[in-house]
Design a protein around this ligand. Sequence first.
Ligand code: HAM
Length: 417
Amino acid sequence: MSATKLQAPRGTQDVLPEQWPERLNLERIARRVLEDAGYERIETPTFEATELFSRGVGTSTDIVQKEMFTFRDRGGRSLTLRPEGTAPIMRAYLQHGMHKLPQPVKLWYWESFFRDERTQAGRYKQFWQLGAEAIGGTDPAVDAELICLLHTILTEVGVGAIGLRIGSLGTVQTRTAYREKLIAYLRANEDSVSAEVRERIDLNPLRAFDADDAGTREVMASAPRLLDELDAADAEHFAQVRARLDAAGVGYDVDATLVRGLDYYTRTVFEFTSESLGAQSALGGGGRYDGLAEQLGGPATPGVGWAAGVERILLSAEPAPQRHAICDLYVIGESVAAFALAVEGRRAGLAVQQELAGRSLKGALKQAARLGAPHVAVVDDDEHGRIALKDTETGEQTVVPDTAAVIARVLKGRHPG
Ligand code: HAM
């Protein structure tokens, strides 16, 4: 009886060799755009204390309530595979005393995240996010800068039909007062909303704006809007963000009902979408989180940032130009001398591949041609290890005295770059 063939768990993905050119293209564009604007790369651990997310992301969110992969270590401590990057980065900022650096501290990341969500196209249990955070600045220009940077990355990578919705959630005080008002409104209309919304009226009334059922949607169409309740300072901050997006020529829709699935947001919130994505249309989103540092036990520290789904960007982007692997030299021969030639060639900076499949000379030459190698070295298997170097373009073949001479010749004829 043969053993069952094992498969990767549902909702996880292998990133196969043919998928790397596109991923690397996106990473290269993101790195250039972000680092040119002063963002520096950061990476945090794959798992953190569970408390970081319950305090940071919020106990009433779907993420904390039902999507975290949580486990205990042998000391009984509760740990969680990171479901998002903002709380860990704020933790790192506080832990490493980054308030002593020039502010705002601008960071970017490319990491995998874990959420136990129902798998579908564009939604996985392990996925990658590209993200940026600017911590230590309240200026609306920081919010606008971040939005423009994500817009540039999405445009450069060839995402079509980009949509951008922005809103403002005000301060915690405004939100608390608004929340009471909304709860009262939902209570007054509770017979018309879905059971799910009714059950969560006190826990998370804002999520009612997200509901799909006709009854709730009708009720929410006349619900009080947070944007109308902002205090003067928040309204001005939002106006300043919009003025900068206008100046930058970045189009957007103001969405008074934009709710995000994380509790730490204050003031600006935004989401980029692409029509080409179908149901999971959110490419990336973010906002300001001026209260997060205090939630984590630190001093009041403003922050703003975004994260975008790598898989979703790639699903909606133009295919990247395929770049072929470069092979400067293909070494044929099974002797120790042939192996040494390959190693020495690599040390000299050449892209060298050795024939490892035991092909016939004809088969090996074919493989070298497939790789586009401009030079092939055939090393005799006897103790003299005579080396014949073939220029595959001209067909010219010369006997070369030793390894160093082969490398010198290949280096000389090497393609530029
Ligand atoms: P988020 O909206 O939860 O925000 O996630 C950002 C993006 O990650 C989504 O727009 C989506 O493209 C991608 N994403 C989320 N869940 C999945 C999934 N299960 N499968 C595939 N892609 C997914 C955050 O995570 C915040 N930390 C963003 C932020 C940064 N806010 C401020 N700073």
